[in-house]
Design a protein around this ligand. Structure first.
Ligand SMILES: [Zn+2]
Length: 109
């Protein structure tokens, strides 16, 4: 349960792949853009060593490019805006489960 402060809470992170909690020192930072040196306002996600190792030899296709484009169009404001922009972009590129997904989102060209 979050909110109860224990000694190690501050340095404990969650692996985004398997959900395991581990000490930050043992975790690998994961940046969606593959650019760990541009820290700006972003929060990094973390992977445990096992998942990081698996990740490194899995092809990700054009995901990085997609995510970078999404951030550009979302303006990097909020996580909600980012996710919404991501979903829009994915639908645009790959189509959705429903053929006629259409939202009037103030989208301009
Ligand atoms: Zn993991």
């Amino acid at each position: 349960m979050w909110g109860s402060r224990r000694d190690r809470d501050r340095s404990s992170v969650i692996c985004i792949a398997c959900g395991e909690s581990l000490p930050r020192d043992d975790a690998r930072e994961y940046d969606k853009e593959g650019d760990r040196w541009s820290r700006r306002d972003k929060e990094f996600e973390y992977l445990c060593k096992e998942c990081y190792r698996e990740l490194s030899h899995q092809p990700r296709g054009d995901l990085e490019e997609l995510l970078t484009d999404v951030e550009a169009s979302a303006g990097g404001d909020t996580q909600e805006a980012y996710v919404a922009a991501y979903q829009t972009e994915v639908l645009k590129r790959y189509g959705g489960p429903e053929a006629d997904t259409e939202d009037a989102d103030g989208h301009r060209d």
